[in-house]
Ligand binder design. Structure first.
Ligand code: SF4
Ligand code: SF4
Length: 147
């Protein structure tokens, strides 16, 4: 998957199972995500995407990612839902992992977004070397500091 020619960002739809599910299509107000049948994998139409990230927050399967493949200085970013506490903070150094929880590389927290439109889901954006953009999908879960 790569950036589209329409925007500097792209939406990665990594819906791996054909299950009856479609919140991504209803969350997207511009028709940029469609699906013919409820059990189909969704299709992304980049020319209709406005980059609102509502689909990322709405997917119950954590299967949608907002990616900037070239964020400058050889870096990329990826945005995903993070539903644990404590939340990371901007500037924090974390360990980026792949979709299976395996370590990939070091990353820096670029943004933590908590908008009413995202309901109670926080979206976390990581910045990391662009060579890892096909792998990085999450961060190693943070633990509370004791003491
Ligand atoms: S980012 Fe917004 S406009 Fe783009 S596909 Fe997701 S919900 Fe639709
Ligand atoms: S909401 Fe997520 S899991 Fe459901 S169809 Fe869309 S991408 Fe797949």
């Amino acid at each position: 998957m790569s950036a589209n020619k329409t925007h500097p960002w792209t939406i990665l739809l990594e819906c791996r199972q054909q299950i009856p599910c479609d919140p991504c299509t209803t969350a997207c107000k511009t028709g940029a995500i469609t699906m013919e049948h409820l059990t189909d994998c969704p299709t992304f139409h980049p020319e209709k995407c406005v980059g609102c990230k509502l689909c990322v927050a709405a997917c119950p399967g954590q299967a949608i990612f907002f990616q900037v493949p070239d964020a400058g200085d050889g870096q990329a970013t990826v945005t995903f839902p993070y539903e644990y506490l404590p939340l990371p903070v901007v500037g924090q150094e974390v360990s980026a992992v792949d979709a299976f929880g395996q370590p990939v590389c070091a990353a820096v927290v670029d943004a933590v977004e908590q908008r009413p439109a995202f309901d109670r889901t926080a979206l976390v954006t990581l910045r990391f070397p662009a060579e890892y953009r096909e792998q990085v999908r999450f961060l190693k879960r943070l633990t509370r500091e004791v003491g």
